[in-house]
Design a protein around this ligand. Structure first.
Ligand code: RB5
Length: 147
C-alpha cells in the first residue's frame, strides 16, 4: 500500500516526524510537501495529495495543518475522498470502521508526536466494517439517493 502525505506550515513539523516513523516501519510513503515551515496555503497541499488518491497513484493519505480543519474542508471537496479529522484515538478507529476513511487529517498544533503516531497506527490497521455503512457512504456520493 502506497501512502501519501502533505501538510502546510502548521503541520510541517509533525509531517516530518510521521515520515521518519513510517520509513522506519518499512512503509512506502510519498511526500507531497510542503518542504519547510515557510507559510503556504493548505488548499494547495490538499489538492496535491487528493488528486493522487483519486487517480489511484497512492491508496491512502495523511494531511496535516495547524488544526486539521482547513485540510478537512479542502480535501472533502474531491469526489472519492473521505477525509476524517481525528485528533483522538476513538475518532481514528471509527473513521475507518464506519466511514472507510481514505485520508487521515491531523492538527499539528493540537496533538503531540506520540499521540499522532498511535492515531496513525490505529487508522492504518483498522478495517472498514462494510454492511450498512456502504449504503450510507453511497448516499454521500449521490445525495438524491432514497431515504
Ligand atoms: C495556518 O496558519 C492555519 O490556518 C492552518 O494551518 C490550518 O490550521 C487551517 O485550518
Amino acid at each position: 500500500m502506497k501512502i501519501g502525505i502533505a501538510s502546510d506550515h502548521g503541520g510541517f513539523e509533525l509531517k516530518e516526524i510521521l515520515i521518519e516513523y513510517l520509513k522506519e516501519t518499512g512503509k512506502s510513503i510519498t511526500d507531497f510537501g510542503c518542504f519547510s515551515s515557510k507559510s503556504v496555503d493548505y488548499p494547495d497541499y490538499a489538492r496535491k495529495l487528493c488528486t493522487e488518491i483519486v487517480s489511484g497513484t497512492v491508496s491512502k493519505g495523511i494531511l496535516i495543518c495547524g488544526t486539521g480543519i482547513g485540510m478537512s474542508i479542502a480535501a472533502n471537496r474531491y469526489k472519492g475522498i473521505r477525509a476524517t479529522l481525528a485528533n483522538d484515538l476513538f475518532s481514528a478507529i471509527m473513521s475507518r470502521r464506519h466511514n472507510d476513511s481514505n485520508v487521515l487529517v491531523l492538527g499539528g498544533r493540537i496533538i503531540g508526536k506520540d499521540l499522532a503516531i498511535e492515531i496513525l497506527n490505529k487508522w492504518l490497521k483498522e478495517p472498514f466494517e462494510g454492511g450498512r455503512h456502504v449504503r450510507r457512504l453511497n448516499k454521500i456520493d449521490d445525495p438524491r439517493g432514497s431515504e
